[in-house]
Design a protein around this ligand. Structure first.
Ligand SMILES: NC(=O)c1ccc[n+]([C@@H]2O[C@H](COP(=O)([O-])OP(=O)(O)OC[C@H]3O[C@@H](n4cnc5c(N)ncnc54)[C@H](O)[C@@H]3O)[C@@H](O)[C@H]2O)c1
Length: 303
């Protein structure tokens, strides 16, 4: 039997800290080879994505199919289909909430592993559909005292600040004057934009800052400068996906700034608990194992 689950129901069933735990465990399972997961199918110049994965230990699978249009609200629309071999309890879940939770959760996992233990000041580049959940995820693992928001669109920046003031009533939250202002004292930097060129230069960044970048998901897009990718230890959700899709990493590898073999899968890092490196970057294009992790929670909790 197929049941449908809308995004409001997903947000009611899954809070960000649970999503972070689920995605953490999925990244480890992915590293252990427990997921069968082809690189996603990207059609119509990356405006339609199809992302399947099968999780062997539970005999369950998801297929996410999305349309992306950044001139539309919401920019991401589609479904996550959840199927189990043992039952016929299939779910068709609206993709918006699953995507926001699993993308935030990946950043929460990476920030927890890689940011300084006392990090509390965030620079948030991008004030679009993902931004609120990106901040929520960081706050779940590093309680925030300060957030500065940067977006080309001042209305979006203002709207995000207004909603973050409710999420973080005790933090100093404001629109940054510019990128340099946002980065001046940031311990953590989140990038969730549709930018096509680097958002800042490495000189603007504190040497100890940890950077999360989820925006660039096709070769023509970039958020991070080559110099940062060269100087940092770069963690990724999946090497093959990032090398196929992430414009900033593709550019840095192609121009000799980064050796593809040096990209560290986050699942491997989670198993090894590495010593904190001076400069760290987490680059994620988003993989189906993350969608599976949140859909698994929805399936368990929706009865
Ligand atoms: N890695 C993942 O798992 C994952 C998941 C979902 C979305 N994404 C990607 O993340 C990006 C953001 O997604 P969204 O849904 O929030 O999109 P959105 O269109 O709602 O928001 C993007 C924001 O970026 C801003 N922006 C663009 N260029 C900028 C720049 N140079 N400086 C500052 N701000 C700039 C835009 O004004 C806009 O407000 C997209 O590229 C999307 O494809 C990645």
């Amino acid at each position: 039997m197929n049941r449908t689950v809308d995004s409001d129901t997903v947000f009611g069933l899954v809070e960000m800290p649970d999503a972070i735990e689920a995605v953490r465990s999925a990244f480890v399972d992915f590293e252990l080879g427990e997921f069968e997961m082809p690189t996603r199918l990207s059609l119509g110049e990356s405006r339609f994505l199809v992302m399947p994965t099968y999780h062997r230990p539970t005999g369950s699978a998801v297929v996410k199919s999305l349309s992306l249009n950044f001139d539309r609200t919401p920019p991401i629309s589609g479904t996550v289909t959840w199927v189990e071999l043992a039952t016929v309890n299939n779910l068709v879940i609206e993709a918006e909430a699953v995507t926001a939770l699993r993308t935030g959760a990946a950043v929460g996992v990476a920030t927890d592993l890689l940011a300084a233990p006392d990090a509390s000041r965030l620079a948030m580049f991008g004030a679009g559909a993902q931004a609120y959940y990106q901040v929520q995820a960081v706050h779940a693992v590093r309680p925030l005292t300060q957030v500065k928001v940067v977006d080309l669109d001042p209305v979006r920046a203002d709207n995000l600040v207004a909603s973050l003031k409710t999420l973080l009533p005790d933090a100093a939250v404001r629109v940054a004057a510019d990128g340099a202002d946002a980065l001046a004292d940031a311990d953590i930097v989140n990038c969730a934009t549709t930018a096509r060129s680097p958002l800042f230069s490495i000189d603007a960044l504190a040497p100890s800052a940890h950077v999360n970048a989820i925006g660039a998901f096709k070769p023509g897009m970039r958020e991070l400068p080559n110099e940062l990718l060269a100087a940092a230890t770069v963690f990724v959700d999946d090497q093959a996906s990032v090398l196929a899709e992430a414009g900033d990493v593709i550019e840095a590898v192609g121009s000799g700034f980064v050796n593809a073999d040096d990209l560290v899968p986050i699942g491997r890092a989670l198993r090894q608990s590495p010593r904190r490196a001076a400069r760290t970057v987490f680059k994620s294009v988003g993989i189906a194992a993350q969608d599976w992790a949140v859909a698994h929670l929805v399936a368990r909790r929706s009865g």
